[in-house]
Ligand binder design. Structure first.
Ligand code: THU
Length: 127
């Protein structure tokens, strides 16, 4: 089992975050067993910023195609601890295993904590 939090931390070191100063990394394992990482990429036009989780998901879809499912995902910020933002939760939901059973690992008090997506994003929107 790959250490997704360690891979996310490594990816965070490559973040482009000159505006917020928060370097964020994400690492995910797909249902097919693929491993992908992403980091946040900010922009002078702030709203164009891409979060680490969404960057990792885009890599995974580009490699595995439209059927890609996220089995597990970890997110780490080097400067402080936070869970995935609401926008990223919704994007993870788009590629979640059935019933929001995708596992999301974040760091709390220095320790990895794993939650089901269904608990991180209850009553999620879908079409
Ligand atoms: N950020 C992420 O990469 N993921 C999140 O879930 C929350 C926020 C990034 C966006 C921005 O570059 C910085 O963290 C501060 O908001």
């Amino acid at each position: 089992m790959p250490d997704l939090s360690a891979l996310a931390r490594e990816a965070a070191g490559r973040a482009y975050a000159p505006y917020s100063g928060f370097q964020v990394g994400a690492a995910l394992l797909t249902a097919q067993g693929g491993l992908f990482t992403g980091c946040n990429v900010e922009n002078a036009s702030y709203g164009l910023t891409v979060c680490a989780e969404r960057a990792a998901i885009c890599q995974a879809v580009a490699a595995e195609g439209a059927g890609m499912k996220v089995a597990r995902l970890a997110v780490v910020c080097l400067q402080r601890e936070f869970p995935p933002c609401g926008a990223c939760r919704q994007v993870i939901a788009e590629f979640s295993l059935p019933l929001g059973s995708t596992e999301v690992t974040l760091i709390q008090n220095g320790q990895p904590v794993t939650l089901r997506l269904a608990d991180l994003l209850p009553h999620s929107f879908s079409l």
